[in-house]
Write a protein that binds this ligand. Sequence first.
Ligand SMILES: [Zn+2]
Length: 331
Amino acid sequence: MKFIPYLFIFFAVFSACSQKNEPVKVQLTDTIWKQKLSPEAYYVLREKGTEKPYSGKFLFHKENGYYTCAGCGNRLFESNAKFDSHCGWPSFDEQISASSIRTQTDRSLGMVRTEITCANCGGHLGHLFDDGPTETGKRYCVNSLSLQFEPMNESHLDTLILGGGCFWCIESVFDEVKGVKEATSGYTGGVADQVTYEEVCSGKTKFIEVVSVVYDSTQISTLELLKIFFTIHDPTTLNRQGADVGYQYKSAIFYKNDAQKKLAVACIQKLAKDQVFDQPIVTELFPFDHLVPAEEYHQDYFEKNPNNAYCKAVIQPKRDKFEKSFKELKK
Ligand SMILES: [Zn+2]
């Protein structure tokens, strides 16, 4: 799981503070909630009840997919965040996004706890504890009655291969995009099965630095990903991004099917027509053949090296640009 605990905590806290006084989006009358929910789910979600330990249907559930709010369908947790806590309730170490869940102090039953509620409908989910055994240190203790399960349909997963200069930058941004399951730095465009960073850096191979973006097309569209791509890199400089110069820094899209190719062409034509850039777009399109994953030290480079000068000077501004332009598409 790609993750920086303190960054996450900051976002979680920031999110909770900023949303504290905002009304939730789904507001129904009690009568309608009672019609919509079973009496047991109503008791937990709307009356802050707690199901008996070891009674919930999701306690030992292990399928791949999303756990959603039983009140409104809001996605709350991914299955890969679930772990066995032996506490009697389904437990998760990370919420799906900073904006999916709200927290508030709960002083009931003579204890001080952190209550968690659905950010969309205000439904009670359970409590959040700081005793999690994984790297996040968090334990979201959730009632099964507050949850529903949406199986992951693998056919919804698609891949887009993007070259926009240094892969550290592109990967770092796409890791933050909602619906992106995995962003991997690698090399493509050449014929060899293997190639090293040093060989690619020579600019003499046909390989260029790319990022393979695996995404859930029910959560984000290819077009939205392309819009982000054209915002965070400069598609008008041939074989170059800023100070990074060489064939390997080419602006390119490697399409996996005709639909992706058509979309990329249409996107470039629209940007040109709207004169979004002062100079002509030089992004090249190629059919995708194979990806050579980059060496391990290139993966998650920004997360591994937050104090590196390049990360601060080059990558951070691209992350800022994404956050500013696509706030609603951030994880
Ligand atoms: Zn909800």
